[in-house]
Design a protein around this ligand. Sequence first.
Ligand code: CA
Length: 239
Amino acid sequence: MPSVLVVEDESAIAELIAVNLRHNGFRPIWAMDSVTAQRDLDAALPDLILLDWMLPGESGLTLAKRWRADPRTQAVPVIMLTARGDEADRVAGLDAGADDYIAKPFSTKELLARIRAVLRRRTPEQAGEPLTVGRLVLDPMTHRASFEDHPLKLGPTEFKLLHYLMGHAERVHSRAQLLDHVWGDHVYIEERTVDVHVKRLREALADAGVMVETVRGAGYRLTATPAPSVVTAGAIKAQ
Ligand code: CA
């Protein structure tokens, strides 16, 4: 269930948004000011942020800029929510790194449509469409994955992990980022757990296991063009 951080100081509006999100398969988290929003983000990354412009303390615009500059939060989609609707403000919001902009008053139907559109654009692994990296294919709808047309047997965590890595292929993800995105709110899980599941994923992928690369000191990456690994070289020498 995609989580949406709703940063909005007016409780009536926040409540209306939260009810609609819940009814449409999202998990809302409400933050009424910038301090709370930052604390929520530090605890776990949401799938999307709805950000009000006019907030007590730091403005939504300042927050959007800061989150875009931070490597940990920069990939989280942001929709700015505001009473300001004129062209200059719209441009300022998008310049600050917002993915979209919706002026109050808005229809909840439109808001939900915008949320879905942004998620589809920013996080293809949530749009439900099959993902392909090299000869690796994963279909979130049927919950099936295959390599060179041979079905893969994956545990639920390995499937989620592969799903995320395929949705963000060729990029390096730290263990903390993978915990945030794949394990969600379970921030108490040790980073070592990620290593255990990556190992299982590689085993399940068999010949495609080399596509999950360890990037020393940085994390993991799924790539369509794996570099020859040290392990493989050693195995060839031993023969
Ligand atoms: Ca406000």
